[in-house]
Design a protein around this ligand. Structure first.
Ligand SMILES: Nc1ncnc2c1ncn2[C@@H]1O[C@H](COP(=O)(O)OP(=O)(O)OP(=O)(O)O)[C@@H](O)[C@H]1O
Length: 630
């Protein structure tokens, strides 16, 4: 049958254009990507064979073989893995399945200028196409379990189309044949290949081999002999003890696992011993992977049973709030031949998860105490995700709370405090931990709600992460101290005012309440020292910040009316009181009531319902005042 020509999908064309035209630095990573695909393919067939040994066809001498051919200027990467059917070739090598491709293209365009782009390739699951960084033509000959006639040959120059035809393939598996570009001939060099394999794939369980010519014998007997050599040491890095692993080995393993071009922020490597035994090697990335924010949140670790990869992402091993953690768990206590469904019910997985969570949280705590700058980088990337744990992982709430960072009324802008530090600095008499939620710390620093706290020498945490609105009330308390919102009725700032004031203002408060249908009540407060008025929510009501959030999401927050609090010691409030005492029917009182309310709305960072009318009211005041003063 003649070869059939098919077009790449549009996005893939764009991607290939980018790969072949702009990504030049670091192109050696193509070898890591292709070896990693070959290794995945071997793992797949080996796993399938646990249930159906016939698939193996006796071909179980697992290996990935590199064949450089100087004459033909090709480098071939062969494996005896699962192979692909014709349909699978079309699905896997003719389209980019990942939804993040568009984002990749954008990111790569940006990063292309700064030379970061190759690091991005793997992150977006386009590893195979990195072959076009070094090859101007790629041929793939592959077949799954079956007979030699079932093979498929795929070929492309990466320009927009590929050809497909049936092919004879004696053994199951895949050959990827790279027709190297003129400037990529160094990848034919055996020493270069050997050093790249050691760098990228040393820990790989399967041997990566190459035929090497060696001189053997002495004198007359001397002759050249070709032997197949294994290039990688094959020591699964997670099975070794910590002291045996070099930092650069961790680094390379991490990079092969995540495709990150930088090293990890934190390494968690231990062997659990006792009733159940397992080994864990996890990493905390130093920065957010591209796509982390818009991809569906999924967590998981690779699960090996005695070095056989059973699941690429075992969700039972990691809670979603630690989904930034990447790594491997190897357990000798799980049965090798169970189905994935049964495996997921195995109680041992919960035991392992508990242990992983404990170790990750402790390790993050250590980073915070010892390498704060590094921790800050981590926290800025993943702090929001970590906070999800406050609402989901009750048993570890306190440990997670210890990892939180906050700006506060007393910190300099851009500096942070912790709950433990806050509690340590609480002046005598302060019972609760006060916090204020809003859009930016800068705006919150000017909030009238801070006044009373400042006057008492108390600090207030300034929270600006949208999740804080849910997560912090869920936390509820820390070390026996209640967390209270500074703009709520119950907060330490609000308190009783002297009876004399209450008596003097009684009539005015009644009148204002009538004039202001938007508020639930008008009362005096000692919360304020500089401002005239503020709005507070009931202890159980919806806060102003929450209302703004709900509005933005297009939801009705079922706005509960709030309480207008007035500062009896403020000159403006006192002047309005005097005016009301003289003539309760003075028409100006309507205007003043409205403005007292509206300035409280503006001060808390919300919008007045009719900004034009508000401006007109202020202008009327200015005009009157200016006229009186002229
Ligand atoms: N040697 C191979 N044997 C069998 N299938 C392969 C082989 N190489 C690639 N594939 C198939 O092609 C798909 C696409 O490969 P590609 O490297 O582009 O992405 P990926 O491996 O899925 O993602 P990532 O590179 O992020 O791991 C693979 O998922 C696999 O199904």
């Amino acid at each position: 049958m003649a070869a059939e020509t098919l077009e790449f999908k549009a996005e893939l064309k764009q991607l290939l254009h980018l790969i072949t035209h702009s990504l030049y630095s670091d192109r050696e990573i193509f070898l890591r990507e292709l070896i990693s695909n070959a290794s995945d393919a071997i793992n797949k067939v080996r796993f399938d064979a646990l249930a159906n040994a016939d698939k193996l066809e006796g071909n179980t001498d697992w290996k990935i073989k590199l064949t450089p051919n100087a004459e033909a200027k090709t480098l071939t990467i062969s494996d005896n893995g699962i192979g692909m059917t014709r349909e699978e070739v079309i699905a896997n090598l003719g389209t980019v399945a990942q939804s993040g491709t568009k984002a990749f293209l954008e990111a790569a365009k940006q990063a292309g200028k700064s030379g970061e782009a190759p690091g991005l390739i793997g992150q977006f699951g386009v590893g195979f196409y990195s072959a076009f960084m070094v090859a101007d033509k790629v041929t793939v000959v592959t077949r799954g379990p079956g007979s030699p006639a079932d093979g498929t040959r795929w070929e492309s120059d990466g320009q927009g189309a590929y050809t497909l035809e049936a092919a004879e393939k004696p053994a199951r598996g895949t050959d990827v044949i790279l027709h190297l570009k003129d400037d990529a001939k160094d990848f034919l060099d055996q020493w270069r290949l050997r050093s790249l394999v050691r760098k990228f794939s040393d820990f790989l369980e399967h041997p990566v081999t190459m035929d090497v010519e060696k001189e053997v014998g002495e004198g007359e007997e001397k002759k050249k002999e070709v032997t197949e050599e294994t290039l990688n040491s094959r020591k699964a890095i997670w099975l070794r003890s910590k002291s045996e692993v070099k930092p650069e080995e961790y680094d390379e393993f991490y990079k092969s696992l995540t495709h990150d071009s930088d090293g990890p922020a934190d390494i968690i490597h231990y062997a659990a011993e006792g009733k159940t035994e397992f080994k864990v090697l996890c990493f905390v990335p130093a920065r957010k992977p591209w796509g982390f924010d818009y991809e569906e949140p999924v967590a998981g670790l690779k699960l090996y049973v005695q070095r056989v990869l059973i699941m690429d992402r075992c969700e039972q091993l990691l809670p979603t709030y630690l989904r930034f953690v990447k790594g491997v768990v190897d357990s000798a206590d799980l049965p090798l031949n169970v189905s994935r469904e049964l495996l997921q019910q195995n109680p041992l997985l919960d035991v392992i998860q508990k242990s992983v969570v404990k170790n990750v949280l402790e390790s993050l705590g250590g980073m915070k105490n010892i390498e704060f700058d590094k921790y800050l980088g981590f926290y800025k990337a993943f702090g929001t995700v970590l906070k999800e744990g406050l609402t989901r992982d009750w048993s570890n709430r306190e440990k997670i709370a210890d990892l939180l960072l906050f700006e506060s009324a007393n910190t300099e802008a851009g500096k942070f405090t912790t709950l433990a530090e806050y509690v340590g600095k609480m002046p005598e008499g302060q019972k609760d931990i006060a916090y204020l939620i809003g859009e930016s710390a800068e705006q919150l620093r000017h909030s009238p709600y801070l006044e009373a706290f400042r006057a008492k020498g108390q600090d207030v945490l300034l929270l600006t992460d949208p999740i804080d609105e849910f997560a912090i009330p869920q936390l509820g308390e820390y070390k026996g101290k209640k967390l209270v919102a500074a703009d709520r009725g119950e907060a330490a700032g609000g308190g009783d005012v002297p009876d004399g004031d209450k008596e003097r203002f009684k009539a005015l408060l009644g009148a204002l309440k009538e004039k202001l249908p938007d508020v639930a009540d008008v009362r005096l407060t000692n919360r304020l020292t500089e401002s005239a008025a503020c709005l507070v929510a009931d202890a159980n009501g919806v806060s102003a910040h929450m209302e703004r959030l709900m509005e933005r999401m297009g939801r009705d927050s079922g706005t509960a009316k709030r309480v207008l609090e007035l500062n009896p010691n403020h000159a403006t409030v006192e002047a309005v009181r005097t005016l009301h005492e003289k003539d309760a029917a003075d028409v100006r009182l309507d205007l003043y009531a409205r403005l007292l309310y509206e300035q409280a709305v503006v001060a808390e960072g919300s919008k007045v319902s009719d900004p034009v009318a508000f401006a007109k009211r202020v202008n009327d005041l200015i005009a009157r005042d200016a006229k009186a003063g002229a």
